[in-house]
Design a protein around this ligand. Structure first.
Ligand SMILES: NC(=O)c1ccc[n+]([C@@H]2O[C@H](COP(=O)([O-])OP(=O)(O)OC[C@H]3O[C@@H](n4cnc5c(N)ncnc54)[C@H](OP(=O)(O)O)[C@@H]3O)[C@@H](O)[C@H]2O)c1
Length: 301
């Protein structure tokens, strides 16, 4: 009997890299044939190559961590954003439906319009404010339309010890400037690739053992909430620099114009994830402490 197969796509990204590391090390996947492909190995713009890759590997579980994530650039590259975030996931789902396997995919809090102050539930109406959010929503709908078994995890404010993210932008700006103005009216939970990958590996192991939860969208973000200003404050408290930390001034989104509009309320309610999939992500402060510890340990070597 051949080994069961798991395929990770987008392995060069923040989440994809963490998934690749964890699946390789997880004892539950020791008996699996795990393949991870980066953009250099499989470009989502090439739909034929995408189909062929799934047909070639024939995974029981496919995890798609690839995405067009340049939120501001998407405003002027609509077609490219939709190709990667909507068309490609549809093809992956069509192929997984043929294989009768599971597709695990990630989406975003940016499918919502950011109104109100309550954490968003999966049943709440969507209303993306920008092209990126619209392309991710189209991807969710395209996957569901294929009838493939799927789990779509909407998450928020993703970062990791590596990658282009808010944490590294703050650390760089903290070295370059004495004062920073940081948006303080967008509310959400910074979520580590580590926490997302740990939950995904746990769930994938159970899928491999026959767990068959309802297909659909689930909210998967770290617990608790803050603002970008709150997150920046935590970052500068955790990373002492040679010089004093920059002075942080809270500002409104309206005072920080960007090509893409962003939602003010990005809170995601994780109750369905807990009740249906038995998954709970750590508090964002604990998840941040883990990434900070990784970076501190690295700087000692
Ligand atoms: N980052 C966030 O704040 C955030 C928030 C909410 C939800 N999410 C979602 O979470 C998931 C993981 O995001 P992440 O933070 O890990 O993103 P990321 O670090 O930007 O990684 C995305 C990966 O997709 C790859 N990719 C882009 N275009 C591609 C193409 N045409 N063909 C193949 N691969 C392509 C990228 O390659 P290159 O680096 O070479 O472009 C990158 O390796 C995504 O579904 C994202 O939409 C992210």
């Amino acid at each position: 009997m051949s080994a069961p197969r798991l395929l990770v796509l987008g392995s060069g990204g923040q989440l994809g890299a963490e998934l690749t590391r964890r699946f390789a090390a997880a004892p539950q996947f020791a008996a699996y044939s795990v393949t991870a492909l980066s953009r250099a190995q499989l470009d989502f713009a090439d739909v034929d190559a995408l189909r062929q890759a799934v047909r070639h590997h024939q995974p029981q579980i496919l995890i798609n961590a690839a995405a067009y994530t340049a939120v501001d650039r998407a405003e002027s590259e609509r077609d490219r954003a939709f190709a990667v975030n909507a068309t490609a996931p549809q093809i992956l789902a069509e192929e997984m439906a043929r294989l009768d396997g599971w597709l695990l995919h990630y989406s975003t809090d940016y499918v919502f319009d950011g109104s109100g102050t309550l954490p968003w539930r999966e049943t709440d109406p969507t209303g993306p404010l920008n092209v990126y959010g619209a392309s991710k929503l189209a991807g969710e709908q395209a996957i569901a339309s294929t009838g493939a078994q799927h789990l779509i995890f909407r998450t928020s404010w993703v970062y990791a010890a590596e990658g282009r993210n808010f944490l590294h932008t703050m650390l760089r700006l903290g070295r370059e400037r004495r004062a920073l103005s940081i948006v303080s009216d967008q509310h959400g939970a910074p979520t580590t690739a580590e926490a997302l990958a740990a939950a995904t590996v746990d769930l994938a192991a159970r899928l491999g053992e026959g767990f068959a939860p309802p297909s659909g969208v689930y909210h998967m973000a770290c617990a608790g909430e803050t603002t970008w200003h709150g997150f920046a404050s935590a970052i500068f408290a955790a990373f002492a620099t040679a010089q004093p930390p920059p002075v942080l001034t809270p500002i409104a989104t309206a005072d920080y114009p960007t090509p893409a509009r962003r939602p003010l309320n990005s809170r995601l309610d994780g109750s369905l994830l807990a009740s249906t999939l038995d998954l709970r992500l750590p508090h964002w402060q604990d998840a941040f402490a883990s990434v900070a510890a990784t970076l501190h340990a690295r700087s000692q070597h």
